[in-house]
Design a protein around this ligand. Sequence first.
Ligand code: ADP
Ligand code: MG
Ligand code: MG
Length: 249
Amino acid sequence: NLAVELTGICKSFGDTVALSGVDLLVEKGEIHALLGENGAGKSTLMSVLFGIYRADSGTVKLSGREARIRSPKDAAACGIGMVHQHFRLVPSMTALENIVLGQNGGIGAIWRGRGWKRRKAAEIAALCERYKLSFPLDRPVWQLSVGEQQRIEIMKALYRQCDIIVLDEPTAVLTPLEAESLLETLGELKKDGKTVILTTHKLREVMASCDRISVMRKGQLVRTVRASDTNEQQLAEWIMGRGTAGSSL
Ligand code: ADP
Ligand code: MG
Ligand code: MG
């Protein structure tokens, strides 16, 4: 029961080979970590899935059907939401405005009046409660903490009813407390049957929060394992390309 099947994905930027034939299978409803050093190709792979980059070759299947994702708009239409490493929020606008932006009639809808705004605020507040996300709805985003801004990005995906949520290095910018709160939200997403893919280079947190882990190294997917079937030392060896076991799959 696969949510995402990436097969034979290749992508080069000029002379730089970012991905050389990556196969990644993500099951429906799992939290899947893409683990690897800087430059391993994690963001590029997720950008291919999200339609930011077009792969040189390879195929993408969603729920067993081939998907042609040529732009982030296509990805959104396929139910994929992406939380980028650097947020893509409009700083002068409120959280509520950022969340509804481009949805339900677009920016114009924001000015539809108080009744509309109140209904949207209630709708988003209910989602916040359900997924344990907290942030002020009515303050300009530039005033908010990094953790709050990230929650708004997650809410943007949930508001769009995405069932595949990709987070690129989500904990890199967070304090330990904020990271804990993010893990709680991931737990709620999983309970709700959402599929989550997150990239990271932090070993410890994947052991605590993910169902399966795929290790990438130098543009290749080295191995996919259940978190319960591995340990930090083994993962570290795969990340660095040491050890006898599993330098290729
Ligand atoms: P990771 O997310 O695992 O740190 P990336 O996917 O960002 O790795 O990068 C993989 C490789 O591709 C790196 O060598 C990086 O420099 C290169 N790369 C990524 N994006 C671009 C780009 N837009 N132009 C040129 N090279 C890129
Ligand atoms: Mg990087
Ligand atoms: Mg990256």
